[in-house]
Design a protein around this ligand. Structure first.
Ligand SMILES: NC(=O)c1ccc[n+]([C@@H]2O[C@H](COP(=O)([O-])OP(=O)(O)OC[C@H]3O[C@@H](n4cnc5c(N)ncnc54)[C@H](O)[C@@H]3O)[C@@H](O)[C@H]2O)c1
Ligand SMILES: [Zn+2]
Length: 375
């Protein structure tokens, strides 16, 4: 992984055992898309752009113009990007459309949108004619720091999220931070919890930066947002480079997610955005770590304070602790009969703990809704 500083954008290389690709991040990068894509794929005369009507209506013309400037024609393929549409049926429908429009083994796809668009496009690219190239053009905070890099693609099954998928890395990631300007406030804020996650699990300097600059980040001031997002991205790139297939430290990225997925599901995926559930999940994991004597009072308080500073978390859905505990076992990341928790040890360092006593988890679940106010 190498970083090359430029005045208006940063380039970061993701290097894994099976792939090596650039992540470009900066303001206004959509306008350079064509030129940059051409360098990677000189033969690309057209790109099939997978996107949703909502995202396309805001950024489609800027992206098309950027592609045109590099001599590439954009061919949009729009679909509903609600989480419920992240199903195999959508992949099949899109594949049929690609075929109708003459896409072959050498065609190039681009995913313009959030994590849903990115996961669907990645899986489509992984399977269409046994695998074609695609480029991620993420337009949400979650997608820019998390889902667009790392090569995990897939769709949901009725009984669980992301249970059908493939590893398929993009050819490149082009993250134009200007696109975040049209994100609804709640969507923007939900993404910040994943940024905080990266700080807690692997970057004390990012943690300090967020402690100082959260008001500017929340006000979406470009320098503050760019600085935070690039550092978070670097954490993810570093981890994916070290552990592409999640046999070891890639599990760290699940910090806040064992609790978080349960909260998300208990709220029927409506009460909390994924990032918000992770915000609550990180608070729960920090309290659990405190209970188990794995972290000191001070760093634990700082973590909770930073999460709270990202804005008011919507209240947790009402739940019965026992039910929530059971729900955690429904997560595909469980292993055997024990739950695996990623617990903070100090700022910038987490650890995977396998055999956490049930009673300690239940205690945190009981205390959480009333014990912590993030308002
Ligand atoms: N593959 C991975 O490693 C990975 C990692 C994290 C999350 N994910 C997946 O990502 C998905 C969540 O992604 P998300 O948080 O980006 O949400 P999302 O894709 O659901 O997008 C949220 C909403 O914002 C809209 N939107 C997107 N960009 C916009 C913009 N610039 N302006 C205005 N509106 C915009 C979308 O149309 C959508 O309504 C989940 O399905 C999750 O499973 C995958
Ligand atoms: Zn997440």
């Amino acid at each position: 992984m190498k970083k090359m500083a430029r005045s208006h954008s940063s380039t970061l290389w993701v290097r894994t055992r099976s792939a090596r690709y650039p992540v470009w991040m900066g303001q206004g990068l959509l306008s350079q898309a064509g030129r940059r894509f051409r360098r990677l794929r000189p033969d690309a005369g057209r790109v099939f752009v997978l996107s949703s009507p909502r995202v396309w209506s805001r950024w489609g013309s800027a992206f098309s113009a950027g592609l045109r400037a590099g001599g590439i024609h954009a061919e949009p393929l729009l679909f509903n990007d609600r989480e419920e549409a992240k199903r195999l049926a959508t992949i099949e429908r899109l594949a049929e459309k690609l075929l109708e429009r003459g896409a072959d083994r050498h065609s190039l796809l681009a995913a313009l949108g959030g994590g849903v668009v990115g996961d669907i496009t990645g899986f489509l690219a992984a399977t269409y004619m046994r695998g074609i190239d695609y480029i991620q053009v993420p337009t949400t905070v979650v997608a820019q720091v998390d889902s667009a890099i790392g090569g995990k693609t897939g769709v949901n099954l009725r009984r669980g999220k992301n249970l059908l998928g493939a590893f398929h890395h993009p050819l490149a990631v082009l993250a134009d931070t200007r696109t975040l300007g049209t994100l609804p406030p709640r969507e923007f804020r939900a993404g910040l919890y994943e940024v905080i996650k990266c700080a807690v699990l692997g970057d004390p300097a990012l943690f300090h930066l967020l402690e100082r600059s959260m008001p500017a980040v929340r006000a979406r001031r470009a320098p503050a947002v760019n600085a935070a997002l690039i550092r978070a991205l670097r954490v993810k790139a570093r981890i994916v480079a070290a552990d592409e297939r999640e046999h070891g430290i890639r599990r760290w990225l699940n910090f806040g997610h064992t609790f978080g997925h349960a909260f998300e599901s208990l709220g029927h995926y409506r009460a909390l955005r994924h990032g918000e559930a992770v915000g609550w999940g990180m608070i729960a994991a920090t309290l659990l770590s405190l209970r188990l004597g794995q972290i000191g009072d001070q760093p634990a308080a700082r973590i909770v304070r930073l999460i709270a500073s990202a804005g008011p978390l919507p209240p947790l859905p009402r739940f019965i602790p026992e039910r929530a505990y059971q729900q955690m076992f429904a997560d595909k990341k469980k292993r055997g009969h024990t739950l695996r928790f990623v617990l903070p040890r100090r700022i910038g360092r987490v650890e995977v703990i396998e055999d956490v006593p049930r009673a300690a988890v239940l205690r945190v679940l009981r205390e959480l809704p009333r014990g912590v106010s993030t308002r």
